[in-house]
Design a protein around this ligand. Structure first.
Ligand code: NAI
Length: 259
């Protein structure tokens, strides 16, 4: 009997580029995609950071290669994408994950510095990576772009305006490019992580984390990077071809919890 299900849930043989892949959610995403049979282009700020994750993945039996890429470097994306595609022959997924967290009151003396770097790293860089990747994505039969935003892309935290504005922008960019690229079969989606145990949140005291998570999330705890990586993987499955422009909270229920 013919099976009714036709669409594949395998990313075996695909090639995935992850920015900010040396730590936290980027690292977990690189590992998960490699575990699922994709070749992973691991990129981050330092050679040591990139090499460590490539070695971890190789040690676990996966395939990965690393490139130093500062996403705020205007020419870097083009060069890394070209070299990576030379190496792996194709590019199917882009995961725009690299991030920094800058908080400053609007009247801070150095506010404009925080604003400029936040917009650069968290938003403008996404457009550069996507523009560099696009010719290659156009050759894939399951091209996927996933942008990592934040629950700060929906709501706001006091003094967080550079970060919050950038993350709201990521959601707008996602929707706009989903509309622009949909006819080409390239999907563009976005994840809004809630509070996750990563390098970005490691300076927050554990007790404060627990109080925050119990009060604000439905699940009652911080998330771990792999939980977010699975959201990204779902968007990248060939079977997810009709999902585009979606904004997926992976936040333990933070956004829906009133009390
Ligand atoms: P993390 O600090 O563990 O990892 C971020 C990675 O980005 C680091 O490896 C860092 O070197 C890299 N990076 C920073 N600036 C870069 C640049 N200019 N070029 C290339 N790489 C750069 O943090 P985490 O949490 O894993 O962050 C991943 C994404 O998740 C970020 O976009 C962040 O805004 C977002 N996010 C994090 C949340 C959390 O609770 N940890 C919540 C919501 C969103």
């Amino acid at each position: 009997m013919t099976r009714l299900s036709q669409l594949s849930r395998s990313i075996e043989g695909r090639v995935t580029l992850v920015t900010g892949a040396a730590s936290g959610m980027g690292r977990a995403t690189a590992h998960l995609f490699a575990d699922e049979g994709a070749s992973v282009i691991v990129t981050d700020l330092t050679q040591d950071g990139v090499d460590a994750v490539v070695a971890e993945i190789a040690g676990a039996g996966g395939t990965a290669a690393g490139w130093v890429l500062d996403v705020s470097d205007a020419d870097g994306a083009e060069q890394v994408v070209t070299e990576a595609v030379d190496r792996f022959g194709q590019l199917d997924h882009v995961v725009n994950n690299a991030g920094i967290s800058r908080f400053a009151p609007i009247d801070a003396e150095d506010y404009e510095d925080h604003w400029a770097i936040s917009l650069e790293v968290l938003l403008t860089a996404h457009t550069r990576i996507i523009r560099a990747a696009l010719p290659h994505l156009r050759r894939s039969d399951a091209a996927r772009i996933v942008n990592i935003a934040s629950t700060e892309g929906w709501g706001a935290t006091k003094f967080g305006s550079p970060y919050t504005a950038a993350k709201h922008g990521v959601i707008g960019l996602t929707k706009s490019l989903a509309v622009e690229l949909g006819r080409e079969g390239i999907t563009v989606n976005c994840i809004c992580p809630g509070p996750i145990h990563t390098g970005m949140t490691e300076a927050i005291d554990d007790a404060d984390k627990q109080v925050f998570a119990r009060r604000r999330t439905a699940i009652g705890r911080y998330g771990v990077p792999e939980e977010v990586a699975h959201g990204t993987l779902n968007f990248c499955l060939p079977a997810s071809q009709y999902m585009t422009g979606a904004v997926l909270p992976v936040d333990g229920g933070l956004l829906i919890k009133n009390a």
